[in-house]
Design a protein around this ligand. Structure first.
Ligand SMILES: NC(=O)C1=CN([C@@H]2O[C@H](COP(=O)(O)OP(=O)(O)OC[C@H]3O[C@@H](n4cnc5c(N)ncnc54)[C@H](O)[C@@H]3O)[C@@H](O)[C@H]2O)C=CC1
Ligand SMILES: O=C(O)[C@H]1O[C@H](OP(=O)(O)OP(=O)(O)OC[C@H]2O[C@@H](n3ccc(=O)[nH]c3=O)[C@H](O)[C@@H]2O)[C@H](O)[C@@H](O)[C@@H]1O
Length: 433
């Protein structure tokens, strides 16, 4: 079986590497020549733990190849996975430009029957549109289109691919579905087969539901702060109910990343297009927008104004174990602090390079956490990196001008903080003064 993966971002590269690892011959195609050149040397373009050894192992075993020449790869393919980006349009809908280009590239190259599997997250109805495009652009061959949405998380993408909860396959054609199911069988993960439109909807509904859990617990946290309850205790108690589940009940400064923000907006737009006002989802999005500004509000309340205050920003990526800055809360927080004329000194263990190109130019960067905290009036924790969780708390006391922490990720136990002369404001818990 000759498999081609189009697009080598988080999803495409991880999919290609994982399919090669379970024994398939996989060619990964990308239009970005520099990326392809680096991957040929075994260098991953994404920061993802465990990916490079797997790339090298499978390249050496002659199962994994990288190229820019899509036409050649598509001509020889039996199955083609599309994993190009589907970013957000200005109106919140999904931008299908890259996807449609990939479809045209494939249509103009293929000379034999092939199965095209869509891994990119696409609005309901898109795979049927792809089918129509193929019928029109490549009438000389038979192309089956299968929806196979992806559920991996950045930072644990390899683990998630080998240990996912389910593989969703949406197909109109039983034979095509069976071929795709056979490809994935060695993962040993339950396969859920359904129709194409339901598969497309499963992806959006899953992300929207997880985002809803987060906004829900964040609202509970905001109420906890006012009534003197502790959101960590509340989440633990709620999570013990199997019907609720304990996952995704971590209160904080909201969700970010390349998917929840764009997919929630895209689903709201899908609903709006059929005259359905998805009020619940719109509230989820609105709550998240407010939540990202929570630490700013707390700091303004504490200090009155932030002009001239030196604020250490700890953690810039949208979550730990990734350098991805897309829709990170740090973008909102840094912009706001700069607008308030605060002096912002930022530190992140991994995302610093990417951050420099997207944060306001006024932001100063520190090489180490201690350097960021030096003479700071306050610290704001935006990402729960282990480096911050495991930090000796005396560092805050010894380095800062005034050891005041605004923790947007509840990194520390309140009892630990109480052992030091630290003023601590976290999310959904009593402040310590
Ligand atoms: N990043 C994530 O954790 C997840 C993403 N998804 C979805 O998967 C899709 C891909 O996301 P990412 O991997 O984050 O995207 P990405 O933006 O990181 O990578 C996309 C890649 O496709 C390449 N590309 C674009 N057009 C091409 C073409 N015509 N031919 C060959 N290569 C082309 C780009 O150069 C780029 O390297 C999106 O629809 C996303 O919503 C789904 C689950 C998880
Ligand atoms: O469609 C996608 O791209 C992916 O989106 C998310 O994965 P990802 O964005 O990589 O990261 P998550 O671990 O889900 O975290 C997303 C955001 O939610 C926040 N979060 C998560 C969990 C929680 O309890 N509280 C919380 O605030 C994180 O800090 C982060 O900003 C989903 O978890 C994946 O299943 C999905 O495939």
């Amino acid at each position: 079986m000759n498999i081609v993966v189009v697009g080598t971002g988080y999803v495409g590269l991880v999919t290609g590497v994982a399919l090669a690892h379970i024994g398939h011959r996989v060619t990964c195609v990308d239009v970005d020549e520099e990326k392809v050149e680096r991957m040929r040397q075994g260098i991953s373009p994404i920061y993802e733990s465990g990916i490079e050894p797997l790339m090298k192992e499978n390249m050496e075993a002659n199962r994994l190849f990288f190229m820019t020449d899509g036409a050649r790869a598509y001509r020889e393919a039996d199955v083609i996975y599309i994993a190009v980006g589907t970013p957000e349009n200005e109106d919140g809908s999904a931008n299908l430009t890259y996807l449609k280009q990939a479809v045209r590239d494939i249509a103009s190259a293929v000379t034999k029957d092939v199965i095209v599997v869509t891994k990119s997250t696409v609005p309901v109805g898109t795979n049927h549109e792809i089918q129509r495009m193929f019928k029109q652009l490549a009438p000389h061959v038979h192309i089956d289109v299968v929806s196979n949405p992806e559920f991996l998380r950045e930072g644990s993408a390899i683990h998630d691919t080998f240990h996912g909860d389910r593989i969703v396959i949406g197909a109109d054609d039983e034979r095509a579905a069976a071929v795709v199911a056979d490809i994935h069988r060695p993962f040993g993960i339950p396969i859920f087969q359904t129709d194409i439109r339901s598969a497309e909807m499963i992806k959006y509904a899953s992300n929207a539901f997880l985002a809803t859990k987060i906004s829900f617990i964040n609202e509970i946290a905001n109420i906890c702060e006012k009534v003197g309850a502790d959101v960590e205790q509340v989440a633990a108690g709620m999570g013990m109910d199997e019907r609720i589940g304990s996952a995704f009940l971590r209160a904080g400064i909201g969700y970010g990343g390349s998917c929840f923000p764009k997919d929630t907006k895209a689903l709201a737009k899908i609903a709006a297009n059929i005259d359905h006002d998805f009020e619940l989802l719109k509230a989820v999005i609105e709550v998240n927008n407010k939540q990202q500004r929570k630490l700013i509000e707390k700091a303004k309340k504490r200090f009155g104004h932030l002009a001239g205050k030196k604020i250490a920003l700890l953690g810039l990526s949208f979550k730990p174990n990734t350098d991805d800055m897309r829709e990170a809360a740090s973008l909102v927080v840094a912009r706001e602090l700069v607008a308030e004329q605060a002096i912002v000194v930022a530190y992140d263990p991994i995302a610093m390079n990417k951050a420099k190109s997207v944060l306001p130019k006024e932001v100063i960067y520190a090489d180490r956490v201690e350097q960021a905290l030096e003479r700071a009036d306050a610290a704001m924790i935006l990402t729960e990196w282990d480096e911050f969780r495991q930090l000796d708390l005396s560092v805050y006391v010894n380095k800062m001008k005034t050891p005041i922490i605004f923790d947007g990720r509840n990194c520390y136990a309140l009892d630990d903080i109480k052992k030091y002369e630290i003023e601590y404001h976290s999310i959904g818990r009593k402040p310590i003064k």
